[in-house]
Design a binder for this molecule. Structure first.
Ligand code: F6R
Length: 251
């Protein structure tokens, strides 16, 4: 695991955007794993700004988002699908047929299998997501944020390191941290997430951490103790991971 500590959120976002754009430039058919949440917003803003001044071709790239809430339609403004449309997809020339986000309603599967229980349809959605990643040749480069409890994607403490894409129950802590995105109503209790094993299969990984709220998690990651109780620690088992954190997130 390589560590890069940069001055602030802007510097972290610039560095992450540069890695992202280099990957697309060097390997136009790159398969990217993409996060949502507050941390990568600056990286996406930077990518979009770069694209408005210099031509970057995303047409052959494939994207796989890390996660999506169960129960939200892709059109729901609180969905990660809407987040990606707003912050990246609407602004770059990615091919819509190559953008993948788990469907938290498993709509296509339910249409094809009338009467199938939602739970079963979601399991099929997760299996199909893993198959799509495999068909794309696996993930080349995956960006991650860091949960305060050490979650990566929505792999909460206790997630097996060999886990693959599946439905998970979100902890109260994670739901509280995301409550600001749900001013009316509750944060969904379940999500579809890539597994820790899915993430570890990515050839390269970049984890981003910013701000004092991440200090404890960053410190625990630095301690290099590897335990399923702290999912991000699985990244110590990966041979090409960079952690880019800002000074505020380092105690
Ligand atoms: C989101 C995701 C989560 C977030 C994490 C940190 O797709 O996978 O693991 O990266 O909850 O969220 P922020 O960046 O909002 O602090």
């Amino acid at each position: 695991m390589r560590w890069e500590t940069v001055e602030d959120y802007d510097a972290m976002s610039r560095r992450a955007a540069a890695i992202f754009l280099d990957a697309v430039r060097n390997t136009p058919s790159v398969a990217l794993g993409l996060p949502t949440g507050g941390t990568p917003l600056g990286m996406y803003r930077r990518i979009v700004a770069e694209c408005s001044t210099t031509h970057h071709c995303f047409r052959d790239a494939t994207t796989f988002n890390l996660d999506e809430y169960v129960g939200l339609a892709p059109s729901d403004p609180r969905s990660y699908c809407a987040y990606m449309r707003e912050n990246l997809f609407a602004h770059v020339d990615l091919d819509p047929s190559r953008m993948h986000i788990p469907d938290g309603l498993a709509t296509r599967i339910r249409e094809r299998n009338p009467g199938i229980p939602l739970e079963h349809a979601l399991d099929l959605e997760c299996a199909a997501y893993e198959e799509s990643i495999a068909r794309a040749g696996g993930l080349d480069l995956t960006f991650l944020g860091l949960g305060r409890n050490g979650h990566i994607a929505f792999n909460e403490p206790g997630s097996p390191f060999e886990s693959r894409t599946r439905v998970v129950t979100l902890t109260r802590e994670t739901r509280d941290a995301n409550a600001c995105y749900f001013p009316e109503g509750e944060v969904p209790s379940h999500a579809i997430t890539m597994g820790v094993g899915t993430i570890l299969s990515s050839r390269s990984i970049v984890l981003l951490a910013s701000g004092s709220s991440k200090r404890e998690a960053v410190e625990r990651l630095r301690s290099a103790e590897v335990t399923e109780e702290f999912p991000a620690s699985a990244l110590h088992l990966h041979s090409d991971t960079i952690v880019i954190c800002d000074e505020q997130s380092v105690a």
